[in-house]
Design a protein. Structure first.
Length: 245
């Protein structure tokens, strides 16, 4: 075995990378538990610290409910599987590699979760961030990409999505789904979970046919500032998942 594969294998087995693989697998299983998964589609990824061209990704063909740390694969920006026992799915590589490379986001979660996807099908294209308290946490943190262009079977579509994000943490992909990013897996998962809860509340409220009662943009900004002041609740939520998922 030459030096490069030996380095990649050593990296894959390094203690901090094993911890990242463990947390990424936990996030996937939790997402399945919370109804955010879809068949064996969609992917979560996290950048490898100190290696800007490498990231960890869930593999092709496994349901999120069954993913364990040893199932997570190490991938480079060219889409090559460098370590791990499974294959990778092409659209995952094209979307996630581009977002990591272009936006420099550390953790990238892409889902077709039902209520967020439902709002991506509307003229607005996203949730109203002045409605529920859960929605307000995303005020001025999201963008809408209205230019759905089919499956991401090449680098150009992944790069288009990455540029459409304009640095935002959350992008609603028109006629498609959502991408949620953060610098930490626990914070990213917390955002993903509460984004779907906010979308669910809005869809249910709209289904009543009653007039909605949004708050003000100033109040929404206050909620964002309060959230940014401390994310202990996000950490505690993820640790609770570790105990039972």
């Amino acid at each position: 075995m030459d030096a490069v594969p030996q380095f990649q294998q050593a990296l894959y087995l390094r203690a901090d990378i094993v911890a990242l693989r463990t947390d990424l697998a936990l996030a996937l299983r939790a997402a399945d538990r919370h109804g955010l998964s879809e068949g064996v589609c969609n992917h979560f990824s996290v950048a490898v610290p100190g290696e800007p061209d490498l990231f960890l990704l869930n593999p092709r063909g496994l349901a999120w409910s069954e993913v364990q740390a040893d199932d997570i694969v190490l991938v480079d920006s060219a889409g090559r599987c460098l370590a791990g026992r499974h294959e990778i799915e092409p659209t995952a590589m094209f979307i996630h590699a581009a977002i990591h490379r272009i936006t420099q986001k550390h953790c990238v979660l892409h889902t077709h979760m039902p209520y967020a996807t439902a709002l991506s099908l509307t003229v607005a294209g996203a949730l109203d961030t002045t409605l529920s308290q859960n929605a307000m946490r995303f005020h001025e943190r999201l963008v809408v990409d209205r230019d759905y262009n089919g499956f991401a079977f090449d680098h150009s579509e992944g790069e288009r999505i990455a540029h459409a994000m304009k640095g935002a943490d959350v992008v609603f992909l028109g006629n498609h789904g959502v991408v949620v990013c953060n610098d930490r897996i626990d914070y990213a998962y917390d955002d993903l979970y509460y984004l779907e809860r906010a979308c669910c509340a809005e869809v249910l409220a709209r289904s009543t046919g009653l007039a909605l009662a949004p708050s003000s943009a100033d109040i929404a900004r206050k909620v964002v500032a309060q959230l940014d002041a401390g994310r202990l609740q996000s950490e505690l939520f993820f640790e609770s998942l570790r105990r039972h998922v």
